[in-house]
Design a protein around this ligand. Sequence first.
Ligand code: URA
Length: 185
Amino acid sequence: MDLTTLEKECLGCKRCGLCETRTHVVFGQGSPHPKVLFVGEGPGQQEDEQGQPFVGRSGQLLDKYLFAMDLDRSTNCYIGNIVKCRPPQNRDPLPEERQACMPWLREQFRCLQPKIVVCLGRVAAQTLIRPDFSVTKEHGQFIQKGDTLFMATWHPAALLRNPAAKADAFGDFVALREKIEQLGL
Ligand code: URA
């Protein structure tokens, strides 16, 4: 199934209770041949209203980091989430919600075939890398899984709450840029 067909199917998803309270499914956005796949946690209020990932304040910060590294969500990277529907009050997605949503992300991986995946924040890192992954201790490290390199950095919303981490996060994006060049992507 191609990405467009997958998105059409996903927009009608009722695999978990989040479908009851969502306004829009936020499937993902970006190039179908991305240099990097970024994965966040799940839509917030503005994403739920607009149907696109990272469109609120944290999205604006993410776009600044992307711009500094010659990355852009419309041309050379893709942005998705662990869960496609907003958890009420922005709570962490429950294990059963993550599990129910995972087949959509797995299909996105199959279509996008990313060489590099960047996990934005703890929820994505602990779902995609390791359940006990620590962003504070292990951010910026590239971890090979099959044909794909995974790395995690802070969620942009965490950087808005704790600007002191911005320098380290920027370092992770510089390392990402170097990795992209090293792999000739
Ligand atoms: N936070 C996320 O994790 N994902 C979004 O799409 C928006 C905010």
